[in-house]
Design a protein around this ligand. Sequence first.
Ligand code: NAD
Length: 253
Amino acid sequence: MRLEGKVAIVTGAGSGIGRGVSLRFAEEGASIVVADIDGPRAAETVALVGEAGGNAVAVTADVSKGVDVKRLFSEALSAFGGFDILVNNAGILTWAPLLEITEEMWDRMLEVNLKSMFLCTQEAARYWVREKRKGRIVNLGSVNSDYAIPGNAHYSAAKGAVKMFTRAAAVELAPYRINVNAVGPGGTQTNITEAFQDPEQVAAMEKNLPWGRIAQPRDIANVILMLASDDAEYVSGQLVFVDGGLTSKMPGT
Ligand SMILES: NC(=O)c1ccc[n+]([C@@H]2O[C@H](COP(=O)([O-])OP(=O)(O)OC[C@H]3O[C@@H](n4cnc5c(N)ncnc54)[C@H](O)[C@@H]3O)[C@@H](O)[C@H]2O)c1
């Protein structure tokens, strides 16, 4: 068991990758704080972790709001008396050509996919520094942290910033033995976008992928697990692509 006795706070854990991370961490002995804006889905994840023999609590929170983040961390402390790992996973994806992105779309994207990471990281790090306890943070970047695709300039901008926020936080928090890393998934079968519900669009994506299939949440969770475990003791500030080889492929081949 690689996370025996650890407590992990996972944001956006009511679905997709966050749910996969909760289940994978629980298999390795961690207790999980399942945070999501969608209360019923968070409760579903808690039930699934319980069915698998793990221990989890749900907290309904919009992690783009400071007041909700403070409540999330205080509920985590009440439930488990402390925590060791933060996975900043909550995210949204909307599509629009650059000429049509509205100010509201831009602001919400940056709030959910970037500001939430700052708020949760600051709250977690303040606790670990105060308690002199070591901590691990894993952020959800994307292949869009480095590569653009048409129709999501606001998402790509947020995910690019995740890469630099990860590095900046890693540098500042290293003296406290808090490491901060990011994973950059390629297309992963979740509810984040309609495209993943359409077999024809999935097949078209898979044609372009060296590995020949899109990822499942567990593929991403396995790498997040490594970065959250003691195996990553000396790794900080890194963005690891988990993309079946996509970002290594020469364009047009
Ligand atoms: N699925 C992919 O292909 C893919 C690829 C690269 C990166 N990612 C990233 O992985 C992360 C998880 O995405 P997913 O694919 O599992 O999507 P998903 O839609 O299945 O899950 C996202 C979860 O986040 C929650 N959420 C949204 N806004 C929130 C908020 N303000 N506060 C709290 N919770 C909130 C949603 O309710 C949902 O349960 C995101 O950061 C996403 O950008 C996903």
